[in-house]
Write a protein that binds this ligand. Structure first.
Ligand code: PHE
Ligand code: CO
Length: 306
């Protein structure tokens, strides 16, 4: 699996191993009510830093010309490098100066309401652990490489930073008032995790799930297989997604300002509308779609070969 189980609000029910706070207290006695723990950066060993280095160097080779400038400049401004797993306190001090966000350590997936509360307060929860060296392409839960390398550079961008906070607040409403988490989770999936942006030199990646995966970085931009469809809010919120393989469709925004304008409005009426009408499969194409590319669907599922 290239990127399974990236944090996807609303998908926690499909993940059997989501432990309660009480269960987590056994392995993390100091865990707080908001599921955060101290990172204890000094406790990471050479092998763990080595995995970060390997993953970082792999991505540094494939991202230029494929990731958007906003992502690459965030990476540089935060001075994220290959040396090893970042110290989140130091990283947060840098990030906070840019956009007011901090990164906090959590053992793994957290409940939806906890996740939303962190985002609504400009805190990004990052998994404490890092994948093993023999599982570089395999992720059952988001680890610190996905969460920090994938997400944090975009949090240095002022518009995306505001979007993420608004998403957290929207998540709280969707959960408690509208019971529309399924729809809202699709928006997160197809933007924050797997979004593409149309730049002057062609399509570029801003989605964290893509930039933290070597094979999907190449596939998302270059493979003829997937559809690449112009972003449309309602369309996205009706579209199912797959968590266990490369995406069959990507949605393309024209700018971060457009994404923010499209989403920074009251979703109440839209949620009502979404209760009726169809849901779409990940590979569907609709007559109303603005296509950047019509997928050939030649990718062989499960092969993870871009
Ligand atoms: N506008 C959404 C609402 O009314 C919240 C939201 C904002 C969601 C930005 C995603 C991104 O609930
Ligand atoms: Co993620």
């Amino acid at each position: 699996m290239a990127q399974a189980m990236l944090y996807s609000p609303g998908s926690a029910f499909s993940i059997p191993a989501m432990p309660s706070l009480e269960q987590l207290r056994i392995t993390h006695p100091d865990i707080r009510a908001d599921f955060t723990i101290d990172q204890h950066w000094e406790r990471y060993g050479a092998a763990e830093h080595g995995v970060w280095k390997t993953l970082f160097e792999r991505q540094a080779k494939v991202l230029p010309g494929r990731a958007c400038d906003e992502y690459l400049s965030g990476l540089a401004r935060l001075k994220l490098g290959a040396e090893g797993i970042p110290d989140l306190e130091r990283l947060s001090d840098e990030l906070q100066k840019l956009t007011g966000w901090r990164v906090v350590s959590v053992p793994g997936l957290v409940p939806d309401e906890v996740f939303f509360d962190h985002l609504a307060n400009r805190r990004f929860p990052a998994g404490h652990f890092i994948r093993h060296a023999d599982q570089l392409d395999y992720l059952e839960e988001p680890d610190i490489f996905h969460d920090v390398f994938g997400h944090v550079p975009m949090l240095a961008h002022p518009v995306l930073a505001d979007y993420m906070q608004a998403y957290g607040k929207g998540g709280q409403r969707a959960l408690t008032e509208f019971h529309a988490l399924k729809n809202l989770a699709r928006l997160y999936w197809y933007t924050v995790e797997f979004g593409l942006i149309a730049g002057k030199d062609g399509l570029r990646i801003y989605g964290s799930g893509i930039v933290s995966s070597r094979a999907e970085t190449i596939y998302a931009v270059e493979s003829p297989s997937p559809n690449r469809i112009g972003f449309d809010l309602e369309r996205v919120m009706r579209t199912e997604y797959r968590i266990d393989d490369f995406q069959e469709s990507y949605f393309v925004i024209d700018s971060f300002d457009e994404l923010f304008q499209e989403t920074y409005k009251d979703f109440a009426a839209l949620y009502t509308k979404l209760q009726g009408g169809p849901a779409y499969k990940p590979g569907d194409i609709l007559p109303s779609d603005r296509l950047h590319h019509r997928g050939t669907h030649t990718y062989v599922g499960g092969s993870h070969a871009a």
